[in-house]
Design a protein around this ligand. Sequence first.
Ligand SMILES: [Ca+2]
Length: 204
Amino acid sequence: MDVTGKLRPGTNTVAVRVRDQMGAGGLWHPCYLIFGEERANLLQNPSFEDGAAGWTLSAIGEAAGEIIAGEGYQSAHCVSLSVPPDGESIWSMTTTVPAEGEHRYAYSFRYQTSGVGEHPTITDSPKVRVIFRGEDGQSLTDTHGYFWAGIKLPADTDDWQEARVYFTTPPDTARISITTFFHLPGAYLVDEASLRDFGAAGEQ
Ligand SMILES: [Ca+2]
């Protein structure tokens, strides 16, 4: 497919038709191409180069984490954390930033894993939770309205990988709190978190 000169910066909608081997036409499916300028990272101190500024780092049980120098993703600093295999310890990191209602967002972070094992009840972790807040800072929803996404990471990585989740904010969102929880036992490095705005939901 050659779309040279046909894309505009931002989100482009193209239709793709899949044919079977006899050449019979199938259905047209819309799909989206993101093109052009890099969208701004909305997080403060996303690479932990300014310590834990802008973040709340939290440990339950025997989990532990700290910001270390010399191991970061294309940078000096990153988070080094570990979760013991007791099935109860959890490590998490939270940041709260302004956001707009009814917008699509992508949250991502870079990670490395070492010796990640199994948890007695949770298979997909880290889990990303997003709480949507109004102008007054209060959550717009009860706990059932939080966004949750579980991510499955490889047990061991040789290099930095990227995890990413997408969500859409409800109307009247003014701020969002994003927490990433690590449940599975093992050692992790985390760096270069990002939050990017992909525009109003429903626009193409
Ligand atoms: Ca960094």
